[in-house]
Design a protein around this ligand. Structure first.
Ligand code: 5AD
Ligand code: FES
Length: 348
């Protein structure tokens, strides 16, 4: 096992048989060793810095119906909201005052925000905060739409592949195409975005073979960012009675990704902080190097409910900034408020 971990550390690759063997047979001691190797890799590439992104959840309307998600279209208990351009700008203003240099605009797939509206929002933020990066996370769009947002100044795009198992993907995403989602990711890369893909851990029915596929898909796509978080059940979804993903499994996936893609930007996700009070700190120690505190107006925080028990709801952006910085420092890392681009990236 140690030899296999060292091979992964040196070559940043294991074939499917080796990786499956590793995931299936790793014991507690080996896990410690793997995490140590992942941490070493992170220190070599990015040092002890943790990049901060300000997250603005600007709409919880969504036309899709992903079975795990609290804002799925058929959830009639979801209290829907949309932020205006002005609301979004004041959230970014607050973020700017707190030093944020990256704004992540995330929302459901909401056709109210036409391409024109998205272009206006992106242009306005880029114009007002000239040295800041804008990240979009608004789902599957056409090549042409992605190109328009990029021309307007969007720098990055987050679109998790959710799972690399076609069968599981199709079970969880009614009326959606596994192939189209992957196509979107390749399109985003082609246009020139810094791309974030990623998956959930501990989905009902997900197997160790599926994680092998996730790792290999990500190795092939070679995205600049990877978002990995545990599945957490939401009471208003068909998966309400399913077990959550575990801390241990999520940490294992974070450490593996750090070794497969040494230069990737890897958030310690809010979902990880939700299943364990020190989940994000443990993530940072296993190779994660990004956190994404919330800048959304407190009045809408609780409404952007993808899963239950989400942390930070009701906390002011400034408070959250202070809290998270303290946590990062106590975990032995330091906050970096710069744009935090992937070290390999140049805008086309
Ligand atoms: N548990 C964990 N993560 C979830 N997401 C959506 N619903 C859940 C849930 N119930 C994740 C998806 C999506 C991201 C924005 O949030 O991976 O891409
Ligand atoms: Fe947001 Fe602690 S991380 S309040």
């Amino acid at each position: 096992m140690k030899k296999l971990i060292d091979k992964l550390y040196k070559e940043n690759y294991l074939d499917k048989t080796e990786l499956f063997y590793l995931i299936n047979n790793i014991n507690e001691k080996d896990k410690e060793y793997l995490i140590q190797r992942a941490h070493e890799t992170r220190m070599k590439v990015y040092g002890s810095t943790v990049f901060m992104r300000g997250l603005v959840e600007f709409t919880n309307y969504c036309k899709r119906n992903c079975v795990y998600c609290g804002i799925r279209s058929s959830n009639k208990n979801s209290d829907r909201y949309r932020l205006s351009l002005e609301d979004i700008m004041s959230a970014c203003e607050e973020g700017n005052r707190l030093g944020y240099k990256t704004f992540v605009l995330q929302g459901g797939e909401d056709d109210y925000y036409t391409d024109e509206k998205i272009v206006d929002i992106v242009s306005e933020i880029k114009d007002r905060f000239k040295t800041s990066a804008v990240t979009l996370s608004i789902g599957e769009k056409s090549y042409e739409s992605y190109r328009k947002y990029y021309e307007a100044g969007a720098d990055r795009y987050l679109l998790r592949h959710e799972t690399a198992s076609k069968e599981l993907y199709e079970k969880l995403h009614p009326n959606s195409s596994f192939e189209n989602r992957r196509e979107c990711l390749w399109n985003l890369k082609k246009i020139g975005y810094q791309v974030g893909a990623g998956f959930m851990v501990g989905l009902p029915g997900q197997t160790k073979e599926d994680y092998v596929k996730d790792m290999h898909f990500l190795k092939e796509l070679n995205p600049e960012m990877v978002g990995i978080g545990p599945f957490i059940s939401h009471k208003d979804t068909p998966l309400r009675n399913e077990k959550n993903g575990t801390l241990e499994e999520t940490i294992l996936m974070l450490a593996l990704i750090r070794l497969f893609l040494p230069e990737v930007l890897l958030p310690a996700t809010t979902a990880l902080g939700t299943i364990d009070p020190v989940g994000r700190e443990k993530g940072l120690k296993a190779g994660a190097n990004v956190v994404m505190p919330n800048l959304s107006p407190t009045s809408v925080r609780e409404k952007y409910s993808l899963y239950n028990g989400k942390i930070c709801t009701g906390d002011e952006a400034a408070e959250c900034r202070r809290c998270i910085e303290g946590r990062i420092n106590r975990a032995g890392f330091c906050v970096d408020m710069s744009r935090g681009d992937n070290i390999n990236w140049r805008r086309k």
